[in-house]
Design a protein around this ligand. Structure first.
Ligand code: PA5
Length: 425
């Protein structure tokens, strides 16, 4: 993986951050900063429970052998990472024999009714994921999914088709797991939702989808080791974190995550939660937003090029796509495309990227960080997830806030529960 800052901010300009970076690096390693009881993700790639990983792989095999669909039921940190990884690696129209679909991330009656209708008569298993075990979106969906499952395969059959990922000891879901005997995986107490993609929260659905989760953890382990050197010139993770802070202090208020592949759009969604929920506190923080180019060059591209100068870009490019397609010859050339004949779409896409980068940097004066990954696979994605989580911890601490809580999300829930008539609200 490579971080190219040549179109954003020079290392020289970031040099003054070194002391601050070393201080925070030590704080993360020693788990001594604000929210320190949620720093379990930092050493997770070397501390994870290997037996649990083996059990997940075994259960995933059982799911693949016995079901056609896995419904992953969760929201926020209990949903976005698995979806991001699944789409990034397997693509949007995967022909894998197990289909993975998502529920539990919405109250939408349209969405839920259609998923339930789609599942009728099909062989499906459920992976319900909730750390608290009480999240309303997830609980309602889980209740509905269970009802359908029991109506199709009976209560005893359903018990063997339900896999739960939740807290080790607390919460309503945990109690249900104990009572019903569901196969259960643990979400460690010291890892919050948005930092949990490399725990069973992300790993079990990914294993079910045929992804090599041990390789993913290997990638994360390599990243953890690479980012132990806190010297800025050697640490791309901290360079990226500093660039964010630098732009924040130079009047930028939006970080725009850019990809050139629709199948990476969910990585941007995961990033939006990671950075938005970690940093958006005490009236501080960059607003994370995202686009998929070239699609969005035909919509938001105008604003990025020419609108209020409030943003900088962080672009994720992947050098080798898994598939490629060539532009065919056409005798009549009515569409005038024969000048591209024989060229691959990866070539066209990369020229769109280069041309856009030049336009945004040189004409639009939009700073652009570029993160380049050789190819999107389990190992590199594990590396990338760890890179972003560590960068997020670093840059949130630079703002002097707790990166691991989310006090702001409780207020709407209180109002909603009151309006729904929940006891105690
Ligand atoms: O990052 C977070 O903490 C949140 O997004 C949670 O993951 C989300 O609210 C789901 O919570 P739970 O896993 O308790 O159902």
């Amino acid at each position: 993986m490579r971080l190219d800052l040549s179109n954003s901010v020079s290392l020289n300009e970031l040099k003054s951050y070194q002391e601050e970076v070393s201080r925070i690096h030590k704080m993360i390693n020693e788990k001594s900063g604000a929210g320190n009881d949620y720093l379990g993700w930092a050493d997770w790639p070397i501390e994870y429970n290997k037996e649990e990983v083996d059990r997940m792989i075994e259960c995933a095999k059982y799911v693949r052998d016995n079901f056609d669909i896995l419904v992953v039921c969760g929201i926020g940190g209990s949903y976005l990472g698995a979806r991001a990884a699944l789409e990034a690696i397997n693509g949007l129209y995967s022909n894998d024999r197990l289909e993975v679909i998502f529920m539990g991330q919405t109250f939408s009656p349209n969405y839920i009714a259609q998923v339930l209708e789609y599942l009728k008569g099909k062989k499906f298993a459920i992976n319900v994921i909730s750390k608290s075990g009480t999240t309303t979106e997830t609980s309602i969906s889980f209740r509905l999914l269970k009802e359908l499952l029991v109506s199709q395969i009976g209560k005893e059959g359903a018990k063997k088709a339900i896999f739960a990922t939740t807290d080790k000891e607390k919460g309503a879901l945990k109690s249900e797991c104990v009572k019903e005997g569901y196969e259960t995986f643990t979400l460690p107490g010291d890892i919050g939702g948005r930092y949990s993609v490399l725990t069973p929260v992300g790993l079990f659905p990914l294993a079910c989808a045929g992804i090599d989760i041990k390789r993913m953890l290997e990638g994360a382990k390599q990243a953890r080791s690479d980012f132990q050197d806190d010297r800025l010139e050697n640490n791309i993770c901290y360079q990226y974190a500093c660039s964010r802070d630098y732009f924040y202090r130079h009047n930028k208020c939006v970080e725009l995550y850019v990809t050139y592949e629709p199948q990476y759009a969910q990585i941007s969604e995961w990033l939006k939660q990671l950075f938005g929920e970690s940093e958006g506190k005490e009236k501080k923080g960059l607003l994370p937003d995202s686009v998929t180019f070239s699609t969005d060059l035909h919509s938001l591209g105008q604003f990025v090029q020419d609108g209020t100068p409030l943003l900088f870009e962080t672009i994720l490019t992947v050098k080798k796509p898994r598939y490629d397609v060539k532009v065919p010859h056409d005798e009549e050339d009515l569409d005038g495309l024969n000048y591209l004949e024989g060229k691959s779409l990866n070539f066209v896409n990369s020229k769109a990227f280069e041309g856009t980068l030049k336009a945004h940097v040189e004409d639009g004066h939009v700073p652009c960080n570029v993160i380049e990954v050789e190819e999107m696979n389990d190992y590199n994605l594990g590396y990338l997830f760890y890179f972003f989580m560590r960068a997020c911890g670093m840059s949130a601490y630079m703002l002097d806030i707790n990166p691991f809580n989310q006090p702001g999300v409780e207020i709407y829930k209180r109002n909603m529960f009151h309006l729904l008539g929940k006891k105690g609200y």
